[in-house]
Design a protein around this ligand. Sequence first.
Ligand SMILES: Nc1nc2c(ncn2[C@@H]2O[C@H](COP(=O)(O)OP(=O)(O)OP(=O)(O)O)[C@@H](O)[C@H]2O)c(=O)[nH]1
Ligand SMILES: C=C(OP(=O)(O)O)C(=O)O
Length: 212
Amino acid sequence: MQTDLVVPVKALPDAKSRLRGAVQPGEHTRLVLAVLLDTVTAAIQTDGVRRVLVVSSDPTVASVLAAEGFECVPEGPARGLNQALRHGAAILRESDPTGQIGALQADLPALRPHELAAAIKTADGRRAFCADRQTTGTTLLLSAPGAPLDPRFGAGSAQAHAASGALPLTDSWPSLRCDVDTVDDLAVARDLGLGQQTSALLCAVACGPIEC
Ligand SMILES: Nc1nc2c(ncn2[C@@H]2O[C@H](COP(=O)(O)OP(=O)(O)OP(=O)(O)O)[C@@H](O)[C@H]2O)c(=O)[nH]1
Ligand SMILES: C=C(OP(=O)(O)O)C(=O)O
């Protein structure tokens, strides 16, 4: 079974606001883009992942992704994170009405393809989710083949996904659970091993709280 993933990214001026301060203010956008590129690079290298579709109406996100060969579509008419995910899922469904769809967070710069592959394998075709390392948020939500994704991202999304019947995936998978919302999260990701783009950026600008 092949899995197609949707990755949502909001407008860059608003993106990763809690991560501000990790690098100088003028480098924040580059950091957000580096984290995104490391995430989608790991995702597309994952066994069993066929497509990675970013949903973002930000023109810089679209052009940076296009330059690296990634797919990006603008949001649909309905605003918001879950609406963007539903829009992306609908596009993926047009190509394969019976396939498995997933929502992957855009801020997993230490993501290891083998951990994502293991999570997809463990789900084994069931609608399932992986909570973040704090256990409150969600880093990955998978549909059953041909079935709705039914995303419930936002504050307390792990509980919301469980309450909606999704199976919690409980193996450790530290890189899949390590979304970087804060400077502390980025330090944890650095200790796990950052992807090439984020690592290079932090080395290039190394005078903030996170050193490479
Ligand atoms: N396309 C799209 N993506 C969104 C939207 N809202 C949030 N996202 C993305 O969904 C993920 C989680 O969103 P948030 O936690 O709200 O935002 P964040 O940018 O990660 O961090 P904060 O600004 O610190 O809240 C991030 O990848 C966001 O870019 C939206 O309205 N549209
Ligand atoms: C929106 C979510 O992500 P974040 O950790 O960025 O708040 C979520 O986990 O549902």
